[in-house]
Design a protein around this ligand. Structure first.
Ligand SMILES: Cc1cc2nc3c(=O)[nH]c(=O)nc-3n(C[C@H](O)[C@H](O)[C@H](O)COP(=O)(O)OP(=O)(O)OC[C@H]3O[C@@H](n4cnc5c(N)ncnc54)[C@H](O)[C@@H]3O)c2cc1C
Length: 410
């Protein structure tokens, strides 16, 4: 049987695209997903009686994010308490004055980035950092949290295109559960990895681990890492797509979830800490998020890649050391590892979210462009302004679905 639209990948983009197509009621749809679950880089687990988001957690730009009203409509608890990202330093042993200096440095970097983005040459963010600056290590660390990579890897022009309203909300049930709900009833073939898309003939043929599927249109939503490594190949080849995917690698960000087995007297819930302001190899900590008996740690870049190789024990030992310095040695008796991620080692993600290498800011548009009005591309890396996010991926899926529908009607 020939499907009207096959979608490769059941992450945020694939689910968005499939929902739109199925709701149109006019086309047959099949989603092909390599994993044995939907959601991709949005995934909620519950190992200790409360939900943990292994991937996306925050509804970024929540006041503009189309998933906020959808979550509410489905009865999810939307927590609007703003994250205290700007008071991290004073809570982590720096003075209020030092924190103000750090925030002023960040503002100055923001201005320098916007100015540099208007220049003809696309530079790296690192080229704008003042030599020997007091906060240079922390600037690099925050880049690994925001972009998944150090400043020298990041294109200025791409960076400034990212839109952030500054409003960040969380879902009580977990972001992954929202996508589980959105995927309910969709025609998804799990455990079905696509290795080759033959678009040379009238019908498009997709070779999968469970046989061949033919379709009139295909929407590809896999991460750039999968395209660049040619885990999924095109026949005839698409060198522009391959080059664009290589220009938009996935950075690395990981989480270690720590169980609080004892009480933390004198520490308010939902505060943020930073392990060190003087090393790029450090973690950021969310203490008792949403009042839960846990500490969530977040870390990125080369440091995260190295810790992934060493495993959860190494992650926990590093985090316990930083927490002991911040909160006193007593904390060591009150914490235990609960769960951790290794997104770089995940075979179907091979990283966390995309950034553009210097000189590659235009690659997102190249990646997003349809081929022959039959092959369409979606996924967070194709989003011009909300890349690296779940809502950017979801919106890109809607756009690709609209384009596929229009192409079938023309
Ligand atoms: C640690 C971490 C924290 C994050 N935090 C946030 C956050 O707070 N807020 C936010 O908005 N975003 C966050 N993100 C980013 C967000 O999760 C992603 O941008 C988004 O989920 C990407 O969706 P996608 O559909 O583009 O890709 P994916 O979710 O990767 O979906 C692609 C799907 O394709 C499948 N696939 C791959 N190869 C094949 C193949 N050959 N055949 C078939 N299927 C295949 C994959 O299994 C996957 O399910 C975070 C990500 C990580 C890793």
């Amino acid at each position: 049987m020939e499907i009207d639209v096959a979608i490769v990948g059941a992450g945020a983009a694939g689910i968005g695209a499939a929902r739109r197509l199925v709701d149109s009621g006019t086309v047959s749809v099949l989603v092909l997903e390599a994993r044995d679950r939907v959601g991709g880089r949005v995934h909620t687990i519950e190992p200790a009686g409360f939900p943990l988001d292994r991937g996306a957690e925050w509804l970024h730009s929540a006041d503009r994010n189309p998933l906020s009203p959808i979550a509410r409509g489905l009865g999810f608890r939307v927590h609007q308490r703003p994250p205290e990202w700007t008071t991290r330093l004073r809570r982590s042993g720096e003075t209020v004055e030092a924190e103000a200096d750090w925030l002023a440095t960040r503002e100055a970097q923001g201005r320098a980035r916007r100015k540099a983005a208007a220049e003809p040459v696309d530079r790296s963010l690192a080229s704008l950092v003042p030599p020997g600056g007091r906060w240079n290590e922390l600037l690099d660390a925050t880049s690994t949290w925001g972009n998944g990579a150090e400043l020298d890897r990041i294109s200025v022009k791409d960076y400034v295109r990212y839109e952030d309203s500054g409003t960040n909300w969380r879902l009580g049930e977990g972001y992954g559960r929202l996508f589980d709900r959105l995927a309910e009833g969709l025609p998804v073939a799990l455990g079905t990895a696509v290795s080759r898309i033959d678009h040379g003939g009238r019908a498009i043929r997709l070779d999968t681990t469970r046989g061949t599927v033919t379709a009139r249109r295909v929407i590809v939503t896999v991460p750039t890492s999968i395209l660049a490594a040619e885990v999924l190949r095109f026949d005839p080849p698409l060198p522009d797509k391959l080059a664009a995917a290589a220009g938009l690698p996935l950075g690395v960000d990981d989480k270690l979830f720590i169980w609080l087995t004892g009480s933390l007297s004198g520490i308010e819930p939902d505060i943020f800490l930073v392990g060190s302001t003087k090393s790029r190899e450090t973690m950021t900590y969310q203490v008792r998020p949403l009042d839960r008996p846990a500490i969530y740690t977040f870390f990125g870049g080369r440091f995260a890649a190295a810790l992934e190789r060493e495993g959860q024990g190494a992650m926990f030992s590093f985090a316990a050391g930083e927490l002991a310095r911040l909160l006193g040695n007593d904390i060591r008796r009150k914490v235990a590892p609960l769960a951790s991620t290794a997104w770089l080692q995940d075979p179907w993600a091979r990283g966390s979210y995309s950034y553009a290498l210097p000189g590659h800011a235009e690659d997102r548009a190249v990646l997003a462009a349809p081929v022959d009005n039959r092959l369409f591309f979606a996924g967070e890396a194709t989003s011009p302004n909300f890349f690296s996010t779940a809502h950017g991926a979801y919106l890109s899926g809607l756009t690709a679905a609209e384009a596929a529908l229009a192409s079938l009607q023309s």
